[in-house]
Design a protein around this ligand. Structure first.
Ligand code: SF4
Length: 98
């Protein structure tokens, strides 16, 4: 979920609500999406963190709010054919936003 949802605060932009204001979750400062140049740098940092972040160790003692949706996204990555079954209307079940 750190690709889709990040936490912006005066302290900076972070990969997850759990890691706000912790250096290992920092994606940028409070201007991380202020303009195209900053946003490009933030996207690069996000991609690097997604590649390097190991939730099985970093989050082993965390109650993850996104556990279900993380596994759902993981299932889509492992089974890309499932992507064609995603619905774009508001009656989709499960609700992709949540
Ligand atoms: S696994 Fe959960 S707690 Fe850990 S970074 Fe991802 S969303 Fe946050």
């Amino acid at each position: 979920m750190q690709f889709f949802r990040q936490v912006l605060s005066p302290l900076g932009l972070f990969n997850c609500p759990v890691y706000r204001n912790q250096d290992h979750g920092r994606l940028g400062d409070m201007n991380a999406a202020a303009d195209e140049l900053a946003y490009d740098a933030t996207r690069g940092k996000t991609a690097q963190l997604i590649r390097d972040f190991n939730a099985t160790t970093s989050c082993e003692k965390v109650t993850c709010l996104y556990n279900d949706v993380n596994w759902w996204v993981e299932g889509l990555i492992e089974n890309p054919a499932e992507l064609k079954h995603l619905r774009t209307d508001t009656s989709a079940d499960p609700d992709y936003f949540l």
